[in-house]
Design a protein around this ligand. Structure first.
Ligand code: SF4
Length: 350
């Protein structure tokens, strides 16, 4: 797979873009006044594997959250700012690592200059977050009143142009839409148009089940095409749920740097073993395993090892027993109740 080439942008201790691994991020969703609860949520996100944490900064309380958060977690913190350039300047003073702001929304060019120069001084990048639901009225009008992919890219061009005119290039770009097809086309067009790293997301994706599905199609399709440098799965749920979802999408798109990919068959009339339960046990046991391996859980000895030849290790069920195989080759036969522990022992030794 060829990765779409983008500029490298530093965000705290992470690099976004270039050949850097794809960064997983999420956003806190508690009122900023409650510092303790926000710290607990940030720690839970970090524990789950979140690499960059964004916070809303609607006013002073958001600013006051930045320092305690930075002391509590190692993840870089991003301030999400709408319209008020003074909050951006103040967030930089509080030690923020990245700012999400659309320069065309903050008023005069002098304000844009102040923010861009201050970000440059602090070595802090800016994410321009184009959202299909809030495009500039003039641009929307030019595109027949619809937030088309072309209109979204036009909006990105406008905001990027403001920063580039000031010699500011530490830019990350997102073009989110709640419509998966629009989002896909907007990102594909942006990838051909701009050199900046892309933050992928389907916005307002919904509750966990449908949200994961839409994100898997939207984010996953782009990743599979080599597009995307950082991802956020937006779920109407505890943000900690977004992190395993994000890693599952990375794995499914073949873009994960670490972690086990499970391959398991759907079972059929040939299955003579409790495969559904076995697959759940294997998945659960390997959830935190960081080895970048493919593990197969197959329902029959006749077809399983062959069909899962690409797997690094796997099990295939028989009648009350099963085999362990590696790249299609059977290693040993074991009773059904010892299959999982034997498999895990082999994986331990890999
Ligand atoms: S691996 Fe065997 S049990 Fe599973 S679906 Fe294929 S034929 Fe059926």
């Amino acid at each position: 797979m060829i990765r779409h080439k983008t500029r490298e942008v530093r965000v705290g201790n992470f690099t976004i873009g270039g050949d850097a691994p794809i960064v997983v991020q999420s956003m806190l969703n508690l009122p900023p006044e409650n510092i303790e609860a926000n710290i607990a949520q940030a720690r839970a996100l970090e524990q789950a594997g979140c690499q960059i944490i964004r916070i809303a900064v609607p006013g002073r309380a958001g600013l006051d959250l930045i320092r305690p958060l930075k002391q509590a977690v190692n993840c870089p913190i991003v301030a999400d700012i709408h319209f008020d350039y003074r909050l951006a300047l103040a967030a930089l003073e509080e030690g923020i690592d990245k700012i999400r702001i659309n320069p065309g929304n903050i008023g005069s060019m002098d304000r844009v200059r102040q923010v861009a120069l201050a970000c440059k001084d602090h070595g802090v990048p800016i994410r321009i977050g184009v959202n299909g639901g809030s495009l500039e009225p003039e641009i929307l009008h030019r595109y027949g009143g619809h937030p088309t992919p072309e209109a979204m890219v036009e909006s990105a061009r406008y905001h990027i142009g403001l920063l580039e005119s000031l010699g500011f290039y530490d830019i990350v770009l997102s073009l989110k839409s709640s419509d998966v097809k629009t989002m896909l086309d907007a990102y594909r067009l942006a990838a051909q148009t701009f050199p900046y790293p892309l933050h992928l997301g389907v916005t307002e994706a919904g509750t966990p089940k449908i949200g994961l599905l839409k994100s898997a199609i939207g984010i996953g399709s782009l990743l599979a095409d080599g597009i995307g440098d950082t991802i956020r799965v937006s779920l109407t749920a505890d943000p900690a749920e977004e992190i395993p979802a994000a890693y599952d999408i990375l794995k499914a798109a073949g873009r994960a740097q670490k972690g086990v990919t499970i391959v398991s068959c759907p079972t059929c009339g040939r299955t003579r073993i409790g495969l559904i339960e076995l697959a759940k046990q294997v998945e659960e046991a390997l959830r935190d395993c960081e080895k970048p391996i493919r593990v197969a859980v197959m329902g029959c000895i006749v077809n399983g090892p062959g069909e899962a030849r690409e797997a690094d290790i796997g099990i295939a069920g028989g009648n009350g027993e099963g085999v362990i195989f590696r790249h299609g080759e059977v290693l040993c036969k074991v009773p059904e109740n010892q299959l999982v522990e034997t498999l895990l022992r082999y994986i331990d030794e890999m």
